[in-house]
Design a protein around this ligand. Sequence first.
Ligand code: ADP
Length: 298
Amino acid sequence: MELSIKKLTKTYPNGVRALQGVDLTIPPGMFGLLGPNGAGKSSLMRTIATLQDPDAGSIRFGDIDVLTQKAELRKLLGYLPQEFGLYPNLSAEAVLEHFAVLKGITVRRERHAQVAALLEQTNLAAVRKKAVGGFSGGMKQRLGIAIALLGRPRLVIVDEPTAGLDPTERHRFLNLLGEIGDDVVVILSTHIVEDVAELCPNFAIIAGGRVLYTGAPEAVTATLRGKLWRRVSTRAELPDLQRRLKVISTRLITGRPVVHVHHEGSPGPDFEPVEPSLEDVYFHHVAQAQAEPAARPA
Ligand code: ADP
């Protein structure tokens, strides 16, 4: 089943235009939704998860009209929000049992089997009797995904799940997402480019409530090939470079700023060509959107 989002708009009562005509088609498998803070990712996720209504637009998941058939969608949905609370004194197993009942898994044997399988899958079986109040950030996120996977959802939405995780836990969590299955639509929202590069055959870049790009990571990096140049700079000359050229990123490498510049042909004798990464593409699109907001269609 495919998720199809058309012309979705949302303006909050305070006047913030969080979604400004979002069009996206999301096939089964991992889909990365990449954007800076404030891009509109959570607004979009909450709308897909039927937790808030848009002002206009449509969302379909297979045959389901998400905005009018909320109960149907919820039966197929697993949602891991950015922040979620857990009763600290309950054990991981009790938490999962509790949510399984809420999900409508009323047959006890089936419920126990699913809870046990998910505890194994998320590597929490050994701590299943421990109170979740003592869990680390990574363990809480793994429990969160176990909750989201109860009831075998067809659409899984995880909102910035890797923020704040250490590298080991981050990899463990991403591997877990990667194993959910090719026939499930899994939407991973993140501001971390590597999350997408490592895991997602399809992705979109979103900023300012608009989709700036959608497609496969390899296809988008190809669009920058031959137009990306690199040079070791100095702090003193950086402002001048930024004024004269389209600097899309500056990174300190062993204390010295290394700039990546977008340019048709070499921008100067000290520059060398560089193979574009997804991070370059991301910075390029986001910088362009910020530079010329009025030029983009509303
Ligand atoms: P992201 O998840 O990409 O960080 P959000 O969807 O949370 O983006 O936010 C998009 C914009 O909408 C931001 O400017 C944010 O401040 C604003 N926003 C989000 N939720 C609300 C709300 N409930 N009321 C008013 N403004 C909101």
